[in-house]
Write a protein that binds this ligand. Structure first.
Ligand code: SF4
Ligand code: SF4
Length: 156
């Protein structure tokens, strides 16, 4: 059984969990101690039942992963994150409630603001904003429409 605090940890750190409540790694073979949330690692019984040697090995891998990140001193992020048009934003906070990564906050001007370092560019906020105030960089409606138009013209 997962620990009693697993659910709370998963909620606070925006981590995915399996249906039985254990925290999920990003990939069982290629990224066994990474979570889907960059900079957060999963190891030991939080991820599932395992013996002590496996737990120790995973913990060391997680520590090495964290050290590798910090050792760089500088983090590069993907350019695919959402941005808010402050002129259109009504401050309704719908986007804040749906963002699975807690990447959006309401700023001092009463409008939403996306933290690019946390945003994963999933697009959930852009599809739910009633004011059309959020757009995913490089995937705006205009850019997608242009791609569709171009594709359709190429197959005519
Ligand atoms: S859902 Fe849209 S209008 Fe509402 S706070 Fe977010 S960006 Fe602003
Ligand atoms: S694109 Fe996804 S992760 Fe980024 S702010 Fe919107 S809902 Fe959150």
């Amino acid at each position: 059984m997962p620990g009693a605090s697993a659910k709370n940890i998963s909620r606070v750190l925006s981590l995915s969990a399996s249906p039985d409540g254990f925290l999920l790694e990003a990939h069982p073979k290629l990224r066994p101690v990474d979570s889907f949330n960059d900079g957060v690692f999963v190891a030991g019984m939080a991820q599932g039942p395992k013996d002590i040697p496996d737990t120790v090995a995973q913990a060391k891998a997680a520590a090495a992963g964290a050290m590798a990140l910090m050792g760089k001193g500088k983090i590069s992020i993907e350019p695919y994150y959402s941005v808010v048009d402050e002129e259109k934003c009504a401050g309704c906070q719908v986007c804040i409630s749906v963002c699975p990564y807690n990447a959006i906050t309401l700023n001092e001007r009463g409008v939403s603001e996306v933290n690019p370092a946390i945003c994963k560019g999933c697009g959930t906020c852009t599809s739910t904003c009633p004011s059309g105030a959020i757009a995913s960089q490089h995937y705006t409606d205009g850019q997608i429409a242009a791609m569709i138009t171009e594709y359709l013209s190429s197959i005519e």
